[in-house]
Design a protein around this ligand. Structure first.
Ligand code: A2P
Length: 332
């Protein structure tokens, strides 16, 4: 039996981590909820009991076997090595450690073997948009080897945390009352709008977009894969959507791709006759585990290339579920 600490337990992902541990009957003898001073002493429900949130500090990890971190990159940079030095294996949901060559970046359906190289006692959970994309594309890569991915994301507000979801809901209410929307968390109005939510770098690509470029290569173990990303935020609470165009070294037909995806781990293929509203939607993916793949089409202009529509709950497979699946592999 394992002692698990959840760092950032009061946040959008941290709460989902607790729910995921509970839902999957993770064999924890003790769960410790950690957050900042702001919420120390507050209560969280877990497995029919009440957890009292403790302030994160250097002493928080005594006796902890697995520490699930989701409290932002600066907290992870500071405290993941402290937790590892205290004997815990850290599974970090932030971007702090993902590209460190001594830190495995793991999606259990794609590269579980990377877990054997645990040099720092830290494992990184990839970016939410990257996770759902590689779960869907790995079975195709194994057969036809991906050359180039062009991906446009439609990312939900919960990926930016609890305060972002609240801002979307407040703006919807304000607009309904004929008021001007209050803008604090997003760079522009998010309700009834689509927003480029990340500052572009000098090359015009945002950090969020570059995460998809570099993380995809690392997880797939193939630095030759080209990724051309465009990331935007849409007024959805949970569930990221992606329009993906893929070219391969070996031509792949949509029919063959559907065959490969039908029983692929973590994937739910949506196919068959058209039904209005039948294609994957974030509102239906929310609070569920699978990566939904629909609209698998042969490209009209590029022979042997495919177009897909990929939707998954960013708080579940994109964050908490992936982290807990890694923890499950560790205790196997
Ligand atoms: P707190 O509730 O005390 O602010 P979200 O991504 O939904 O905004 O949540 C962020 C999570 O990270 C929250 O649980 C938050 O705790 C926690 N957090 C943020 N900064 C720190 C910090 N410096 N130390 C510990 N936890 C932090």
């Amino acid at each position: 039996m394992t002692t698990v600490a959840v760092v950032g337990a009061t946040g959008a992902v941290g709460r989902e981590m607790l729910r995921t541990l509970e839902r999957r009957n993770f064999p924890a003898k003790r769960v410790i909820a950690l957050a900042s001073e702001r919420s120390a002493g507050s209560k969280l429900d877990f497995n029919g009991k009440t957890l009292t949130v403790e302030k994160l500090g250097p002493e928080s990890f005594a006796g902890v076997d697995i520490a699930l971190f989701s409290a932002g990159a600066s907290t992870s940079k500071e405290f993941a090595p402290i937790a590892a030095a205290a004997g815990a294996v850290v599974i970090d949901n932030s971007s702090a450690w993902r590209m460190d060559p001594d830190v495995p970046l793991v999606v259990p359906e794609v590269n579980p073997g990377a877990l054997t190289a645990l040099k720092k006692g830290i494992i990184a959970n990839p970016n939410c948009s990257t996770i759902q994309m590689v779960v869907a594309l790995k079975p195709l890569h194994d057969v036809a080897r991906i050359k180039h991915i062009v991906v446009s994301t439609y990312q939900a507000t919960s990926g930016k945390g609890h305060a972002a979801v609240q801002e979307l809901k407040n703006q919807i209410a304000e607009l309904g009352q004929g008021k001007a929307p209050t803008i604090n968390v997003f760079p522009a109005q998010i309700a009834l709008n689509v927003v480029s939510d990340w500052k572009p770098g000098t090359d015009g690509y945002s950090e969020e977009e570059l995460k998809m470029v570099h993380e995809t290569k690392k997880i797939m173990g193939d630095s030759s894969i080209g990724v051309t990303p465009t990331c935007v935020r849409v007024p959805v609470v949970s569930g990221h959507s992606e329009s993906v165009h893929v070219t391969f070294h070996e031509p792949l037909s949509a029919a063959r791709a559907r065959d490969l995806l039908r029983n692929a781990p973590g994937v739910k293929l949506v196919e068959g006759e058209y039904r209005p509203g039948g294609e994957p939607q974030p509102i239906q993916a929310a609070d569920t585990d699978p990566v939904y793949v629909g609209r698998v089409r042969d490209d009209l202009a590029v022979p042997g290339a495919l177009n897909l529509w990929i939707v998954s709950d960013n708080l579940r497979k994109g964050a908490a579920l992936n982290a807990v699946q890694i923890a499950e592999l560790l205790i196997r």
